[in-house]
Ligand binder design. Structure first.
Ligand code: CUA
Length: 165
């Protein structure tokens, strides 16, 4: 079968491009541990009072495990402040009560498109003390730019000291 010289070049170029994309995917998955958010199913956004989102907040499950039921609304996250000690693993369950929002935790592997009627979850371990912003990164209206929350990760020994008081 004869393949034209230029067609061959294009086949090489396309193959190389796909190879680069595949390599980038593998580097993300293997080196950086990027995982898509987990789909936790559907929910009626008009009846959130009957769900885990009735009282958004942090639940301490013990052994350094936490659960956060988080609601994205125009234009805030509830809760807007989360405090956990260093080394905690937090599972965020998140939904929206109105429009599409974003959920991104800076310096961590969490990036979700938050859709009304859907629940997504993501598990994040906080190994270093500090303040980390949760940002809405989907344009959601007038107050989008101000839509954020903060995760404060305290040093483990500080936390122990507080418990002992
Ligand atoms: Cu919520 Cu942008």
């Amino acid at each position: 079968m004869h393949i034209d010289k230029y067609e061959k070049y294009w086949i090489y170029a396309v193959s190389a491009t796909l190879g680069v994309f595949f390599a980038a995917l593998m580097v993300g998955a293997v080196v950086f541990g990027v995982r898509p958010a987990v789909d936790e199913g559907f929910i009626n956004p008009n009846r959130l009072q009957e769900t885990r989102f009735a009282n958004p907040g942090v639940v301490d499950l013990g052994n350094g495990e936490y659960e956060v039921n988080m609601l994205a609304v125009m234009w805030a996250f509830r809760p807007s402040q989360i405090d956990v000690p260093e080394g905690s693993t937090v599972t965020f369950y998140i939904t929206s009560s109105d429009v599409t929002h974003g959920f991104l935790i800076e310096h961590h592997n969490a990036n979700i498109e938050v859709l009304p009627g859907h629940v997504a979850s993501v598990r994040v371990t906080f190994d270093e003390a500090g303040d980390y912003k949760i940002l809405c990164h989907e344009y959601c209206g007038r107050g989008h730019a101000g839509m954020h929350a903060t995760i404060t990760v305290s040093e483990a020994d500080v936390q122990t000291a507080q418990v002992e008081e």
